[in-house]
Design a protein around this ligand. Sequence first.
Ligand SMILES: [Zn+2]
Length: 378
Amino acid sequence: MNEKARVIDIASQLIQKNSVTPNDDGCQEYIKEELKDFNFECVNLNLENVSNLWLRRGDKKPLIVFAGHTDVVPPGNLGEWKTNPFEPVIKDNTLYGRGASDMKSSLAAMVSATQKFIGENPKHNGSIGFLLTSDEEGPAKYGTKKVIEKFKEEQMSIDYCIVGEPTSNKVFGDTIKNGRRGSITGNLKIFGVQGHIAYPELAKNPIHLAGELIGILNTFKWDEGNKYFPPTSFQISSIFSDKVASNMIPSWINLVFNLRFSNELTQHAIKAIFEKILNENNLNYAIEWDCSAEPFVTKEGDLTKVLQKVIENKIKVQANLSTTGGTSDARFISTHAKETIEFGPLNRSAHKINENIKIDDLIKLEDIYYGVLCELLL
Ligand SMILES: [Zn+2]
């Protein structure tokens, strides 16, 4: 079997496993097995119902880590899939199956690139690690976050980390994520005074109060963004009020909103500014906050430069650095590693029905990961 077929075979083996989050369904064991002849030290860190695996070969610096998740999102309506989501199918040079984009193909490319690299260069410099979790698509509480906490305790440092999330946007290779925005959700309840709708002067309508507040928030400039981040955005996701009769003014209204924020702000700054606006408008309120991610950025360094150069050389695409999109486990790793970036396949079919990757892209991805190992460890 040639090495091109190898990466396809590994991706297919992984897709076959029904690893809907947080179930790993043997993916990590399979990867361990694939790397067993290459002198990796293995540590299983299973917590609650989450499987985590840490593999390391060598003890020298620099340590380059491939990170990713073996779990996938549920397939959704099976009737809409043209093929079984857990039976890899290749059709028209495209591999179909749940995880083909997010992110079993990347894992396959990482494993296969590593096998090839070590096979050719058994005496390479530095060390290679794999950080795998089955808790990325779920709450992400007992996965990468916990493993990184352990590394911090043990003072085990990481120099470079590549997370295999599907980052490519229009054409394969066009985007490297070097950071992500923060995300904070607020649950705000504004209290008014219930009353007869015919006598509004005897009541206080919380819906009208919320209307004024939304007007202010709509035009409020949280920041201008910066070189790495677009301006912070504020969006309301739902509004509901006390269910009352049509001749009544309700006593409260509830607003749920979210901010995707740049590193010009912190969650504490956002809370303070928001509550100042509420107080300036004399609102009687209760608010709960949930910050799922602080923003982070990896500035241009060795890893971003090497990766951009390898992409350009191998596939003639200029890769841009970007911090757009949702959150990923890179947010945990970036608090510890010197440089953390994300790079992987096209994201257009991720989490969708008929998820897929072009075989060409899969082979190119393997070649790019291989190129990065050569640049950093030879
Ligand atoms: Zn993912």
